[in-house]
Design a protein around this ligand. Structure first.
Ligand SMILES: *Cc1c(COP(=O)(O)O)cnc(C)c1O
Length: 462
């Protein structure tokens, strides 16, 4: 078994690529333009890309394109490359594994890497009970399987999801996802027995004084009156919502829901696909309020960019499933497992949860100052988030009307200046910051300078 040295505050290792932003005047360059033309002839239009350039290399906080432009990466490929896109520990673990075998199928000829990842997850996830893990390929697949386990173990059908939720693009997970365009429109019919209840969204509550426990009670009353507690197999919730707008529920919301679930024999599933693995300044976002889910779904940050997902939960729930009931050809691929062990060792050795908290401090301080300076009549509605999962919600000045146009304009200006920034939110009016947690302070500061300039110029122009 691998042992890990924990060296809090260890110096980040050197990077292969210079950690510096540099954009040529002909951006997007000729090679990217040529690839765009080839792409249009063969790749389906339904797959859209946020930026018009094509990656050639990536390391630390930098993505270099095929024309030699270097971008500051404030998206991590949607919260995936928290350890960087070519973390040395991931690279060497992958190389070592790929030279021996790439696949045997764990359901045919099992191997140690799968077990080692499950051991790590049993240790890292909250809860001091016996746990079991199953590995898959994508976040959606993990969510699907968490629901399968909950339904089988409880003998119930109904699954409760929340407003603004995002759980994936497969049939069941589309049903769990709230937002229609672009995720669901005309892709139905959707999986049955999914019920949606109100989230705690402090910035947009009609009654701004509503507490977390009161918001939980609002959801619970709806569950009890409209579904019936005895019909509910599971509640699934993102402890901090991702695509829906980086919504952090009011304090006490998650614990009250989890408590109700336990009291009513309902499986509490935390979807930590985006918020897990040090992203929020803790190993998992539920840790901030001491919530212990029955099952946790994980994916994005888990394996330094290799496709791997997992469910980890109570042994009594997972072991209720008959042998052969869970699995998949590629689930827990040995190369992906090696990458996960490498990524987890980097998270431990470089204390990336601590790095995430430091990123939160730097970003929060800067944008709180900007918000105070711009005053109440600015486009900044709210700053929120935890760790390296931070967001700015933009509004029409002086109110709360979502300002998607300003959001788009800011992201576009950042890109022109060499900063890759993602947007999100039910109303498309949220900029989310998800830098690789290994990003240097200097590079982060440069990226935030660009973002701040874009906010000032768009904010003043509107
Ligand atoms: C991205 C995401 C998913 C889906 O993961 P895929 O790997 O894209 O299938 C599920 N849940 C949450 C919270 C996510 O952010």
């Amino acid at each position: 078994m691998t042992t890990f040295a924990t060296t809090p505050g260890a110096v980040a290792p050197g990077f292969r690529l210079e950690q510096k932003r540099r954009i040529n005047s002909d951006f997007p360059g000729p090679k990217s333009t040529e690839l765009a033309a080839r792409r249009a002839a063969v790749v389906a239009k339904g797959v859209a890309s946020g930026v018009p350039v094509y990656a050639a290399d990536a390391d630390g906080g930098i993505i270099r394109d095929v024309d030699g432009n270097s971008f500051i990466d404030l998206g991590s490929g949607i919260a995936v490359t928290s350890v960087g896109a070519s973390d040395p520990a991931v690279v060497s673990a992958v190389k070592e594994q790929v030279e021996h075998f790439t696949h045997t199928c764990f359901m045919v000829t099992p191997y140690e890497g799968y077990i080692a990842v499950a051991e790590q997850l049993a240790e890292l996830t909250p809860g001091d009970f016996e746990k079991r893990t199953v590995l898959f390929n994508s976040g959606a697949e993990a969510v699907e399987n968490a629901v399968k386990v909950a339904r089988l173990a409880t003998g119930r059908n109904a699954v409760v999801a929340f407003d603004h939720a995002y759980h994936g693009r497969t049939n069941l997970t589309m049903a769990l996802t709230a937002k229609s365009m672009p995720y669901k429109t005309n892709f139905g019919p959707f999986a049955p027995e999914i019920y949606r209840v109100p989230m705690s969204y402090p910035f947009r509550e009609e009654n701004p004084a509503i507490t977390g426990p009161e918001a939980a009670q609002r959801a619970i009353t709806m569950i009890e009156k409209q579904i019936g507690a005895e019909s509910v197999a599971a509640i699934i919730i993102e402890p901090i919502q991702g695509e829906g707008g980086f919504i952090v529920p009011a304090e006490g919301f998650l614990p009250a829901l989890a408590e109700w679930a336990t009291a009513n024999g309902v499986v509490f599933i935390a979807d930590e696909v985006q918020s897990g693995f040090c992203r929020t300044g803790e190993w998992f976002a539920v840790n901030h309020e001491g919530v212990v889910p029955d099952i946790i779904t994980m994916a994005k940050g888990i394996a330094g960019g290799m496709p791997l997902s997992a469910i980890t939960g109570r042994a009594d729930l997972l072991d209720a499933v008959h042998a052969g009931g869970l699995g998949g050809t590629y689930g827990g691929n040995p190369v992906a497992c090696a990458a996960a062990l490498g990524a987890i060792s980097t998270m431990r050795e470089q204390d990336l949860a601590g790095r995430a908290r430091s990123i939160e401090a730097q970003v929060t301080q800067r944008f709180a100052t900007l918000q105070a300076e711009l005053g109440d009549h600015s486009i900044i509605g709210e700053l929120r988030g935890r760790g390296g999962m931070l967001a700015i919600e933009f509004v029409e000045p002086g109110g709360k009307t979502p300002n998607a146009d300003a959001t788009k304009a800011i992201a576009a200006q950042c890109l022109r200046e060499g900063v890759i920034i993602l947007t999100c939110g039910t109303y498309g009016n949220v900029i989310r910051l998800l830098p690789p947690l290994v990003i240097t302070d200097e590079l982060l500061a440069d990226g935030l300078d660009v973002l701040e300039r874009a906010i000032r110029s768009v904010g003043v122009g509107s």
